[in-house]
Design a binder for this molecule. Structure first.
Ligand code: DC
Length: 239
């Protein structure tokens, strides 16, 4: 009998681990640490959407034009995305933009840019290419469901809205001012969650075969340990 089922892709260097979840769930910091522990490359896919947003703003393309841009137009942006050792370096006009892509201006516009189908199409291939040989921990919103549906391990991180807002504030504000800013941050995060969940193309959803990990009560160390434990149990990879 002929088995018509396609074989799973053979990745030369290792497996793919995807970590998806809403804003502030700790995906990116956890993915970076897990990748380091496994000696894998880390792909922070949100930073690609941020870099695209930064380029559109910097190249003074009118916001009203963004939805009409084609993949060929996007190719003309002065943006470079290059894997270098275990990092992915993003530059605009030959300058590293890793801090600029975190600005409030980029953060305000990025959900809109990420909702545009042409932008998603344009970044899809770049992301898949980064995972061709495996040995990748990729975090984002649609890593397990759309970009790497064949990933060996899929995690979906959640945490309460309040905890996610507090974690985001910790990244840039003195903890003493947190209580007065908490409400505004919760509203901002909730608005982005709704935009990411309700958009037409690749909305934030938990892949059916993803394992959900609620990090509300976990420390960062416990979060990383939990994920490494899941990866070890499912694949035998890691120590
Ligand atoms: O994780 P982050 O805040 O850096 O993500 C920035 C934005 O990009 C956020 O609005 C969600 C979007 N995003 C996405 O749509 N798909 C991904 N795979 C990663 C991020």
């Amino acid at each position: 009998m002929i088995d018509l089922k396609l074989p799973k892709p053979t990745r030369l260097e290792g497996i793919i681990v995807t970590i998806d979840g809403p804003a502030g769930s700790g995906k990116t910091s956890t993915a970076r640490e897990v990748a380091g522990a496994l000696d894998y490359r880390h792909l922070d896919s949100g930073s690609l959407y941020r870099a695209a947003t930064f380029s559109l703003l910097r190249e003074s393309i009118n916001v009203k034009e963004w939805e009409h841009l084609t993949v060929s137009d996007l190719d003309l942006l002065n943006l470079q995305i290059l894997p270098m050792d275990d990092k992915i370096i993003m530059s605009w006009d030959q300058k590293n933009i890793s801090s600029e892509i975190r600005s409030a201006e980029v953060t305000e516009k990025v959900s809109y840019v990420a909702s545009l189908p042409q932008v998603r199409k344009w970044l899809f291939e770049t992301q898949q290419n980064l995972g061709l040989n495996g040995r990748l921990v990729a975090d984002g919103r649609d890593m397990g469901e759309v970009v790497f549906p064949e990933a060996e391990v899929k995690i979906f991180l959640t945490a309460s809205l309040e905890v996610r807002a507090r974690r985001r504030l910790l990244e840039y504000i003195d903890p003493k001012s947190h209580d007065e800013m908490l409400d505004d941050e919760m509203k901002r995060i909730n608005k982005r969650d709704l935009a990411d969940q309700n958009r037409q193309h690749s909305p934030l959803v938990q892949a059916q075969d993803a394992i959900q990990v609620d990090t509300t009560k976990l420390t960062f160390h416990q979060q990383v340990k939990t994920l490494l434990g899941i990866i070890k149990d499912l694949t035998g990879i890691g120590s």
